[in-house]
Structures are given as C-alpha cells and as structure tokens.
Design a protein around this ligand. Structure first.
Ligand SMILES: CC(C)(COP(=O)(O)OP(=O)(O)OC[C@H]1O[C@@H](n2cnc3c(N)ncnc32)[C@H](O)[C@@H]1OP(=O)(O)O)[C@@H](O)C(=O)NCCC(=O)NCCS
Length: 179
C-alpha cells in the first residue's frame, strides 16, 4: 500500500448515517463490486431502499465512512426480531466501495459498531450471514471475534448459482454487570 493510500484512509470520517445520505448509500450498496457479496440486487431503484435508509430507529446503529469523494462504506446493526426475548441481539450488515476494500475501512466501521453494541446499547450477541466463498469478509469477522456457528446449503442465489453461507456470531467479551 502506498503512502497516498494510507493518508486517504486515515482521513476518512466515520459518522452516523443521516436520512439525506439515503441516495448515496443506495448507490454504494447497489454498486458493482459491492452488492454481489450481500443479498442486494443489481438495478434496484433507489426508492426501494429509501424507507429503510431514511428511517430513524434508536435501536439501530447505522454508520458511514466518508472520504473527500463522499460515502465509501456503510455498516449497520439492526434488530433481528422485535420480541423482548431477542432484545439482546443485533444483525450486522456492511458494504464498502470497491476502490476502498481491503484497506481497513470495514474493520474501522465494525469496531465502532461493536463499541456501540458493547458499551452503550446492551447488546450481547451480534450475528450475521456471510457467503462461504467471501474469504475477505470471513477473515475480517474472525479477526473481530466472530465465530462460525453453522453452514446453510444453497442459501442464496448469486450470479446464476446457489451459494452456501455461514452463520457467524460474536458474543459480548465482557458483559456489563451490576457494581
Ligand atoms: C467484505 C468487506 C465488508 C470487508 O471490508 P474491507 O474494508 O474490505 O476489509 P478490511 O480491509 O477492513 O479487512 C479485511 C481483512 O481481511 C483480510 N483480507 C483481505 N483480503 C483477503 C482475502 N482475499 N482473503 C482472506 N483475507 C483477506 C485482511 O488482511 C483484513 O484482515 P485483518 O482485519 O485481520 O487485518 C468489503 O470488502 C466489502 O464490502 N465487500 C463487498 C460486500 C460484502 O462482501 N459485504 C459483506 C457481506 S457479509
């Protein structure tokens, strides 16, 4: 990695996603080189994602990574099930623009989300599903304490083939206790 790249990455700002970011985030998540590793579709209208991206929900944490070019990454923790008995759980989603992948942006975004989850939001379990061939994502998640919990056969359609996915989860390493 050259010095210019390092400087670019260090200058990135991580901040909360705002309703007015919806169109830029939609373009990021639907962009070639990003959508394939997720459950997003190509050619999805921005309008189909606007409701989710503009909704303000205090139980959700949505972060963006912003460079001089604009939004280059997004990661979020969502409520997986509205019932009280799953109130300690959030699901992780993430997408980084191709030119910014493998430069530590995903690690920075998820680290910030885990601080929110561990220290502010009472989350004990963060879970996700990742395509079994997504080596970079799996390496990143493992490095941040996620472990594989199971294999789903033919979980999702990806470019004309059904692909397997892993369930992964990370438990709070040091859950808060009463003093
Ligand atoms: C997967 C994704 C979120 C990772 O974010 P990122 O910013 O590219 O990742 P980072 O640079 O922060 O970290 C990547 C890690 O994987 C490692 N890595 C990079 N390329 C790798 C590869 N081809 N194989 C294995 N490990 C790899 C890096 O060494 C790094 O490890 P570390 O954190 O222990 O140093 C991002 O590449 C992306 O958005 N991809 C397209 C969409 C997607 O797949 N989303 C995930 C859905 S589950």
């Amino acid at each position: 990695m050259d010095t210019a790249h390092k400087a670019d990455t260090a200058a990135l700002v991580i901040r909360s996603a705002e309703p007015e970011d919806a169109a830029a985030i939609s373009a990021l998540l639907g962009g070639t080189g990003t959508f394939e590793g997720t459950l997003q579709l190509p050619e999805m209208p921005v309008a189909s994602r606007l409701d989710y991206l503009q909704r303000v929900d205090p139980l959700t944490c949505k972060l963006v990574a912003v460079s001089e070019e604009g939004i280059v990454g997004m990661a979020a923790l969502h409520v997986q099930h509205p019932g009280l008995r799953r109130a300690h759980v959030r699901g992780l989603g993430i997408g980084i623009a191709p030119a910014w992948q493998a430069r530590g942006v995903g690690r920075r975004l998820i680290t910030r989300l885990l601080d929110w989850a561990d220290n502010w939001a009472g989350v004990l379990r963060v879970e996700l599903v990742v395509h079994a061939d997504n080596d970079r994502a799996i390496a990143l998640y493992r490095g941040l304490g996620f472990v594989e919990e199971g294999l789903h056969k033919a979980y999702a359609l990806k470019n004309g083939r059904y692909v397997d996915t892993f369930s992964m989860a990370r438990m709070h390493p040091n859950p808060p206790r009463l003093a």
